[in-house]
Design a protein. Structure first.
Length: 423
């Protein structure tokens, strides 16, 4: 059977042992009730059908128990974040003591910089990727200003070479050879949101540590998408959100990783609140501050339980499937997507995401020759939900939990139709 046929895609779906998980998600529909081809799990993941029941449980316990729910709810609220820790640690390849779910992503990034960006007069610079996600760039710039440094001087950009899209490790090495002893922090998007390039976190960390820099990653596009192995990477910290590949709902809480080597370091400066304090004496309210060990010691507030319930609903699915099986399917699905796109002709389509499946997750960033946003709009009219980034990139992320080989087939087929009509 030829690979570039709908029959082949259908066969792959039949062979796929994770195909039944699609049915555990609400797939958005068009006005006529037809399922859309949803390729933006990298932006907002779809809703698991079980999320409503998880949230309802907490609404009911709140209705029936009021404040007693903190200890008497089916899932007592005081400890609710602990119910997420182990699954979250599995998703990002960390030890439970290294992981906590709290705040939102950019907020966590700032809290991590309070602890791990400790500039001195001579070592104060921060390295980020040149096309870092805007929020990350604004966050590090404001940290520089907060400490009295000039962002034009303090920010070093790791840039692609001329006429290239992807970043090369040799160029980061060159930056460090030149500026290594001025750099306080390297903060990189673990999977770049624009190109989909998945960096070798361990390699970057080892390089940074060789020059005594702190190293942190924003894994917003990595968590739930690739096997991050955060513990083994040796990174000092990492942050991520849960509303992209982790399907926990718009604006839901974020994750935070602090490497075990910092877990018992009470001297590490940090911003604190009552939730960073020893659980046993937290409610005595009069004690000297006694920080919790591990990532939990960076919490500030009692967390929003309704949002945590949505995270639990999603993580229970990830736990059941396992990130290994998920990434195995992901490589097949994205590999098939890449194969079909290439059939459209390499002079029309350029995929800027790395070709090597170990250097990317499920997202492909596609440049279409002479395309503008009109192409993206036509795709939307044809029922494909994708993401447009100026100047000329369509980002599509077939996620292994709920996207099918048929989704991928139909997406490329519709793109082909649109391109044919244009010519
Ligand atoms: C999605 C994303 C953000 C968004 O930040 P919020 O604080 O959740 O609004 C920031 N950085 C990266 C790299 C992202 O992918």
């Amino acid at each position: 059977m030829h690979k570039a046929t709908l029959d082949y895609a259908k066969q792959q779906d039949e062979l796929d042992e994770l195909s039944m998980y699609r049915n555990q998600f609400h797939i958005p529909k068009d006005k006529n009730g037809n399922e859309l081809i949803y390729m933006t799990g990298n932006s907002l993941g779809l809703q698991p059908k079980q999320t409503k029941a998880y949230i309802n449980q907490e609404l009911e316990d709140w209705a029936n128990l009021g404040v007693e729910g903190h200890t008497e709810a089916k899932n007592p609220w005081l400890a609710y974040h602990e119910f997420l820790t182990e699954s979250m640690a599995n998703v990002v390849g960390a030890k439970p003591i290294e992981v906590v779910t709290m705040n939102t992503l950019t907020a966590n990034l700032h809290f991590m910089m309070v602890s791990f960006y400790k500039p001195t007069k001579t070592r104060y610079k921060i390295i980020i990727e040149s096309d870092a996600f805007p929020s990350d760039k604004y966050a590090v710039e404001s940290q520089l200003r907060h400490h009295g440094f000039d962002e034009a001087d303090g920010l070093i950009l790791w840039k692609p070479r001329k006429n290239e899209e992807l970043l090369r490790y040799e160029d980061l090495e060159t930056i460090l050879e030149k500026h290594g002893n001025e750099v306080a922090l390297i903060m990189i998007g673990g999977v770049n949101y624009y190109t989909g390039q998945y960096f070798n976190l361990k390699r970057i960390t080892e390089l940074g540590h060789k020059y005594n820099c702190m190293v942190g990653f924003d894994c917003a596009h990595g968590a739930g998408n690739v096997e991050l192995n955060l513990h083994d990477s040796g990174a000092d910290f990492a942050v991520w959100c849960t509303y992209k590949y982790l399907n926990s709902g718009p604006g839901s809480l974020a994750g935070c990783f602090i490497h075990e080597r910092h877990a018992y370091n009470k001297d590490l400066n940090r911003f604190t609140g009552w939730w960073s304090h020893n659980k046993k004496t937290r409610f005595n309210m009069r004690h000297e501050f006694d920080v919790l060990p591990g990532a939990e010691g960076w919490q500030l507030s009692n967390p929003p339980i309704l949002s945590m319930a949505a995270i639990k609903a999603s993580l229970d699915i990830f736990n059941e499937v396992g990130i290994k099986k998920l990434t195995e399917k992901s490589k097949k699905l994205t590999g098939y997507f890449e194969f079909l796109l290439k059939q459209l002709g390499e002079d029309t389509i350029k995929i800027i995401t790395p070709v090597n499946s170990n250097e990317r997750g499920c997202q492909l960033s596609i440049q279409v020759l002479n395309a503008d946003k009109a192409l993206h709009n036509k795709l939307t009219e044809a029922g494909v939900i994708s993401d447009w980034r100026e100047p000329d990139v369509i980002r599509c992320a077939p996620t292994p939990l709920y996207n099918s080989f048929q989704d991928v087939y139909h997406m490329v087929d519709k793109l082909k139709d649109i391109l044919n009509k244009k010519n």
